[in-house]
Design a protein around this ligand. Sequence first.
Ligand code: ADP
Length: 301
Amino acid sequence: MTAVAYGIVIAAVLLAVGVVIWDRRRTKQTMERLNAMVDRALAGNFTEDSYDESLLSALEAKLARYLAASAVTAGKVQGEKDRIKSLISDIAHQIRTPLSNVQLYAQLLAEQDLPAESRPCVAALEAQAEKLQTLIEALVKTSRLESGIVTLHPVSGLLNPMLESALEQLRPKAAAKGIALDLTPTAARAVFDPKWTEEAVVNLLDNAVKYTPEGGRVTASAAEYQFFTCVRVSDTGPGISEEEQPMVFQRFYRGPAHQTEEGVGIGLYLTRRIAEGQGGYVKVRSRQGEGSEFSLYLPKN
Ligand code: ADP
């Protein structure tokens, strides 16, 4: 090979190496810009105009447009959440005041010397107003949980104090029905939001006391397993048929046999939302005529 040919080969090799280096550098710069874009989008301060169109490749330009659209959507979702939040508190506030007035007037009416035939009407008025109040409070709570307005704050702790406090709330109701209400003392721990979990346990205990006939027994206990800690509420009540069991956790579901009992069919639904909101779940085990056992599973870590 002549010197000229060698020169051409060397020049070609150098040119090829140069092109590869240049291409790598360009790819690296593009990747760095893409990386910076995604970082800014994750930090929530991405705007399309923070990048110079003329420098962007087609892929970068598309990603920039996509991220800008996502930022707009995220903004809209937040705006929608804020609107729901104020709507819920507006509705709750607007209804609460007239409702407590209705309750007050019904109470005043009940204290008066009424004809005997009017008494059942006043009693019904009081009961319906109370039911409406329970329903509104429960709806406000569930919609706050569902819309993410209220977030749960699970912390690691012992379950016993929370369970004791939940049982205390049900003592008068259980005593009035002659129901034995017991807590098996427990050293079990879990990661849970104490306030909301107590609300979930109170719902389970309230149902157990409500549906168990006089002279029955309601027991609460807790046990740790590998990944979850389980809070159990069992009763000696009427039980729930197998077909009905999947429905009891639905919103507004009320067992056909219990329509005359007080209630609005939202307690177990709220309990499920509270469990799921902190990475747990609820289960029921029951046989008709043989009592029920509700289990609330809470994460251990
Ligand atoms: P509510 O008690 O207001 O009806 P819940 O959501 O708490 O609403 O319960 C839904 C339904 O599940 C009840 O109507 C009842 O039929 C059934 N249920 C719940 N707990 C029990 C229980 N401990 N024993 C028997 N049935 C129950």
